[in-house]
Design a protein around this ligand. Structure first.
Ligand SMILES: *[C@@H]1O[C@H](CO)[C@@H](O)[C@H](O)[C@H]1NC(C)=O
Ligand SMILES: *[C@@H]1O[C@H](CO)[C@@H](O)[C@H](O)[C@H]1NC(C)=O
Ligand SMILES: *[C@@H]1O[C@H](CO)[C@@H](O)[C@H](O)[C@H]1NC(C)=O
Length: 537
């Protein structure tokens, strides 16, 4: 609704612009101090983070120089917000063109009025890209409700303004209209919860990452499992970012680094520039180094538990501010000239509404407009069976991941996909089997996944035992890892980190004194080329 309305306004403004109501000198708006843009009067001020432009009425898109420039609205053609300097407009990244696609649904998704368009086309929405996916835990029962229902799926769903036929799973099931043919509300075909194609191994580069957790170091884990990870996953408060200490040692070892940067605040404060200082410092050091680092900022944004989530109670956060904040941090980090890649990382579970329901915003809606700011679209994917706060079913990685994966393939077909964090509890037994099945699904089915990360840190207070704890689990992990690499590595793939290989070959079963080992290694490394002088892992 809202999107349609604003599209209409933009259209109206554009028409007005073309008929002469243009604003070349910012006489009816407020000019930013740098002279780059003209903000509407309603902003009250105009320009940079210093004046907290993102928090002014109208927000980032209307009142901040960056936000206005990003829209490429020259004042010669548009009313404020508009840009006065056409050279600057050209320099900004353009929204990506929508790639040509075979599916009519995918085509209409580029249209803000997509659900209307889907209906017009008379097509189905087989992956529920435009609706609210409910009752996913039992895939034979899943329905796709109208995304505009406020209390879909709750016991009170029939009191929703849109009515039971749009919002209540049981009523929707009774109607039995399949999503393969109909738009929401409709019943999901259980086959949409598995990956039906291509179902074979494909040679492709994949980054296998690990969050080692505090109980074992990366080296210990690699030795115990007999494998070499490609990437390390780290979590840091923005104030604690330290390129030399945290990132460089791993890059020196030939590993990739995925850094989850936690900006512990609301969107408004992030946009207002409260964390610019630390981001700048990190960015500048990374730029001097020049090697690639992957950043994940505002992760699990579609939950309700961090201050930077869209649905977190007690904040002014909302979808629009989320997009402004996400664009803000990416644009900011790019400007530092660091060699960064950016992950847009979803939460697996819906945020809960204050009355115990689930938010029903389609995954697609969070992505709309962000394509130019995203290198990988990610999600966290856990089997939470038996965890303290979870009553859902025992699900394989494929069952957990497939609905989301299918949707992303539809609304972001040109993007790489990543599993931000993954793992299974051991509470429902069969964890070794879960691990084996997960590796196999990643090898043969999720062929668009470019990065996945095993999260191996236990969270005992929540009953989440993610770590590998038995011989059978470790064996399953080792075998799965080896098989995955064997099946997917291209023949001319880059050799693995050489230092690791060496360690592995001579890996003794008995414990080696950590300190002594490290010393020996770095000594050897120095002789080989002196590239990794200051390793202090
Ligand atoms: C629902 O429709 C499908 C065909 O689309 C049919 O096979 C199935 O038996 C129907 N289920 C019920 C409960 O009517
Ligand atoms: C967040 O995204 C995931 C993956 O698409 C989805 O399962 C979940 O429902 C979303 N959460 C919200 C609150 O929309
Ligand atoms: C959970 O799933 C695993 C395999 O994915 C299976 O081996 C195990 O038996 C299941 N546990 C229950 C309680 O169904």
């Amino acid at each position: 609704m809202r999107e349609m309305w604003s599209a209409a306004v933009v259209l109206a403004l554009a028409t007005a612009g073309l008929t002469g109501a243009s604003e070349p000198a910012c006489s009816v708006g407020i000019q930013s101090q740098d002279g780059a843009v003209c903000c509407p009067d309603s902003c009250g001020d105009c320009g940079s983070a210093e004046i907290q432009c993102g928090t002014l009425p109208g927000g980032y898109d209307q009142c901040c120089t960056e936000g206005v420039l990003a829209q490429s609205r020259p004042c010669s053609q548009f009313e404020p917000p508009c840009s006065l300097d056409t050279a600057a407009v050209k320099a900004l990244p353009e929204e990506e063109p929508v790639p040509a696609q075979s599916s009519s649904l995918a085509m209409v998704l580029s249209d803000p009025t997509a659900d209307q368009a889907t209906r017009r086309l008379g097509g189905g929405d087989k992956f529920c890209v435009t609706g609210a996916l409910l009752d996913v835990a039992k895939e034979s029962n899943a329905v796709c409700a109208n995304a505009k229902c406020k209390i879909a799926g709750t016991a009170q769903c029939d009191e929703d303004p849109l009515g039971a036929s749009q919002c209540c799973p049981r009523t929707i099931k009774d109607k039995n209209r399949t999503c393969d043919k109909y738009p929401p509300p409709c019943v999901m075909n259980p086959e949409r919860f598995i990956i039906t194609a291509p179902v074979k191994s494909i040679k492709r580069p994949t980054t296998i990452g690990i969050l080692p957790g505090p109980s074992m170091s990366l080296q210990q884990r690699e030795k115990t499992y007999g494998v070499q990870f490609d990437s390390i996953l780290m979590y840091t408060d923005v104030q604690g970012l330290n390129f030399m200490k945290q990132v460089k040692p791993y890059l020196d070892q030939g590993m990739k680094v995925q850094m989850v940067v936690e900006l512990g605040d609301t969107y408004a404060n992030i946009i207002a520039g409260k964390y610019d200082y630390w981001m700048q410092k990190f960015g500048e050091t990374a730029a001097r180094d020049g090697r690639e680092v992957t950043l994940r900022m505002l992760h699990e944004f579609n939950g309700s538990w961090y201050k930077w989530c869209v649905f977190t109670p007690g904040t002014d956060n909302n979808m629009q501010l989320f997009k402004q904040a996400y664009k803000y941090v990416v644009t900011f980090m790019r400007k530092t000239k660091g060699n960064f890649k950016f992950q847009l990382s979803y939460a697996m579970r819906n945020g809960e509404t204050p009355d115990g329901g689930r938010y029903t915003t389609p995954a697609k809606d969070f992505y709309t407009g962000l394509a130019p700011y995203v290198d990988e679209v990610c999600v966290s994917a856990y089997n939470l069976c038996g965890a303290n706060d979870y009553t859902g079913s025992n699900a394989s990685l494929e069952q957990i991941l497939a609905p989301w994966y299918n949707q992303v393939r539809t609304f972001a077909p040109d993007k790489n996909i990543c599993v931000a964090e993954m793992g299974s509890t051991g509470k429902c037994k069969g964890k070794a089997k879960w691990i084996t099945q997960a590796w196999s699904a990643l090898e043969t089915k999720f062929t668009k996944i470019s990065t996945f990360n095993w999260f191996l840190e236990d969270k005992p207070q929540l009953g989440r035992d993610w770590d590998l704890s038995s011989r059978s689990e470790i064996e399953a992990f080792h075998n799965g890892f080896r098989q995955f690499k064997k099946a997917t590595a291209a023949p001319n793939a880059k050799p693995q980190r050489s230092r690791r290989k060496r360690t592995e070959r001579r890996a003794p079963r008995k414990k080696v004194q950590k300190k002594g080992r490290r010393k020996r290694r770095s000594g050897r490394r120095k002789k080989r080329g002196g590239r990794a002088r200051n390793v202090t892992v």
